[in-house]
Design a protein around this ligand. Sequence first.
Ligand code: GDP
Length: 195
Amino acid sequence: MNITQAEFIISAVKPHQYPEDALPEIALAGRSNVGKSSLINKMIQRKSLARTSSQPGKTQQLNYYRINEQIYFVDFPGYGYAKVSKVQRQQWGDMIELYIREREPLKLLLLIIDVRHPPSKDDCLMYNWLKHYDIPVCVVVTKADKIPRSKWDKHVKMVKTALEADPRDTFVLFSSETGLGREQLWDVILKAIED
Ligand code: GDP
């Protein structure tokens, strides 16, 4: 995928701030520090357009990036912050669930998981929401460069088992460090917006 244009559009805290041009949206979810911003930057070939999304307290911002005037990446707040209060967790959950349930342009959600660790409770919760609302999902298992290649299969299998993943779902092994999986992930995204 050749990126000719990529720009940050808005940190939306309320649905009325979401863009209204109806371009297809690809959402990205994952626990804080999983490597979501690095993945966005790698996908769009920019060094630091996406800032680290893991700022505690910013539990209600959806960061919109427009790419090639064709598509939005919608970066969810990273979850799993120990310091986040119950109220903030609840707000996060309400906002995300509403977005997933009602956002018409949403075409695909990328659930980002660290290859080294089993999915968290929040990852499983997110996955189950997606299944419940019938949202197409691609699980991106990132930081592949952090473990030896010989262990990749085993770790991806561990993630699938823990999520009780639907065998029809796509899994992409990724590394923002080496670019592994970048073209494959673009293929998955472009296919999702065609359908
Ligand atoms: P976010 O909080 O999910 O947006 O995570 P970041 O993108 O800020 O990444 C968190 C940390 O992991 C940073 O130090 C990154 O440099 C590192 N990181 C992210 N992706 C990768 C990867 O694929 N490989 C390696 N080795 N490090 C990564």
